[in-house]
Design a protein around this ligand. Structure first.
Ligand code: SAH
Ligand code: SF4
Ligand code: F3S
Length: 433
């Protein structure tokens, strides 16, 4: 089989990044494709899309148009991922030169898709929880492992349940074997992925051994050679005491946790259907800080959800003041098709949304400047995972601060003690000790 070139662009969350790895693995091992970063020499161009907010979806069609103009003669274009799931054959209508459409949760059909004219696979009930994909990883030291697919939470703003279908847990044996294999190939850190990781084990495709997320963490931590375990996203609602104890006491679990808040207002949390209130959220955040004094807490916040008043927004600002997040991902509410919130009254005007986002981000930047200043002169342990420009190499501390030192390949995949000598908002600089 002659060698073919694959160009792949990945947008969206870690689940899409992992899906792209599976796509590359399947195509390289079964169809003899190799990766290229030069779109002009590609025989196959793939765009793995995200639908969670409106802007990237708009951009998709202008991007496909641009790719069509520069691609080499006979090259194919495929649209994959979450936008493929919810737009389906509308993509063919709006961009007739697209060769196939492959939704999230249909990744295992990629080899068929490339060989079938106008293939479309967008079934959100399709079950890939036990599919054995071929193996490929962008980064051998830090490896993504899926532990569940889909989400049934149906938060009223969110399109994900309509692009990735209902939640199904991947059997423990598959996760364990995949982790073991990654560690044998040099991984020091695994990143467990799912939309609600701490709801793991509620529903399997077949009758599998019953196991919850806390037990999964404990079992994986027995793997020799595995140094660090991270996971995303846990849901604040499922942060019970058992989970917090395991999180705090297992030394292989990194003391960094994502606690997606979305809003600090009880009215808005209810309208979002998040299942917790401000009091529960603060209680969990304080408990985590009490159990693990060095923990980093990151969060996602949406401003200007329909009906959000100034008072509601102040409640969000209040949580920001109280928890003092080490990392914030913040977004203006974006109206998404199929979701309940899209038809709610009192959609918030753009100028108010922008001003709230700026207020939130400015205050968070001030908090962050204070937080990073405290890191100066600290001695930390860094797992180096990425080469940077100008002879630098970067990695993360256990509690997820990005640290950069002068150095090269010899540090990759190694855990080293570093003294922090200088701090910037997004990156700490240090020296090996
Ligand atoms: N399962 C994760 C979220 C995945 S989506 C969780 O429950 O936390 C990632 C983030 O995108 C969400 O946490 C939310 O903050 C944001 N998001 C989702 N839908 C959105 C929308 N319609 N408008 C703006 N932000 C949105
Ligand atoms: Fe979306 Fe809510 Fe599911 Fe997260 S938990 S993916 S925000 S529906
Ligand atoms: Fe985007 Fe799909 Fe992830 S919508 S955030 S790529 S689950």
């Amino acid at each position: 089989m002659s060698e073919k070139k694959l160009f792949i662009q990945t947008l969206g969350c870690a689940m899409n990044v992992r899906d792209s790895e599976h796509i590359v693995a399947e195509l390289s091992q079964k169809e003899n494709y190799t990766l290229t970063e030069d779109i002009k020499e590609a025989d196959l161009i793939l765009i793995n899309t995200c639908s969670v907010r409106e802007k990237p979806v708009h951009k998709l069609f202008s991007e496909i148009g641009a790719f069509e103009k520069i691609k080499k003669n006979g090259a194919k274009i495929g649209v994959c991922g979450c936008t493929a799931s919810h737009l389906g054959d509308e993509i063919f209508k709006r961009a007739p030169y697209v060769d196939f459409v492959l939704g999230a949760r249909n990744v295992s059909k990629i080899t068929k898709a490339v060989k079938t004219p106008k293939f479309i696979g967008t079934d959100i009930d399709y079950d890939e929880s036990e599919f054995t994909f071929a193996d490929f990883r962008n980064n051998p030291y830090k490896t993504y492992i899926n532990i569940s697919i889909g989400c049934d939470k149906h938060c009223t703003y969110c399109i994900v349940p309509y692009t990735r279908g209902d939640e199904i847990s991947i059997p423990f044996d598959i996760i364990f074997k995949e982790t073991l294999k990654a560690v044998q190939k040099g991984a020091k850190e695994v990143f467990l992925l799912g939309q609600n990781v701490n709801n793991y084990g509620k529903k399997f495709r077949n009758n599998h051994k019953k196991i919850d997320f806390s037990d999964l963490l404990e079992e994986l931590s027995t793997i020799e050679g595995l140094e660090r375990i991270r996971f995303t996203s846990p849901h604040p609602l499922h942060m019970d005491d058992k989970f917090l104890q395991v999180f705090a006491n297992n030394p292989k679990i990194c003391k960094s946790i994502h606690m997606p808040l979305q809003s600090g207002s009880d009215n808005i949390l209810k309208a979002m259907k998040r299942g917790y209130d401000k009091k529960w959220y603060l209680n969990r955040a304080f408990k985590i800080r009490e159990l693990c004094p060095d923990v980093s807490i990151s969060t996602d916040i949406i401003v200007a959800f329909p009906g959000e008043s100034d008072k509601d927004f102040e409640e969000t600002m209040d949580v920001l003041e109280q928890v003092r997040f080490e990392q914030l991902f913040s977004f203006k509410y974006s109206k998404r098709p199929l979701t309940k919130a899209a038809s709610m009254p009192n959609q918030i005007p753009e100028d108010i949304a922008s001003s709230r986002l700026t207020t939130l981000q400015n205050r968070h930047n001030e908090i962050l400047d204070e937080i990073v200043l405290k890191q100066k002169n600290k001695e930390v342990k860094v797992l180096f995972e990425e080469l940077r420009a100008n002879g630098a190499v970067a990695g993360r501390t256990d509690n997820n601060f990005l640290v950069q030192i002068q150095g090269s390949e010899e540090f990759l995949g190694k855990l080293k003690r570093v003294k922090i000598t200088d701090v910037k908002r997004m990156v700490l600089h240090g020296e090996i000790i």
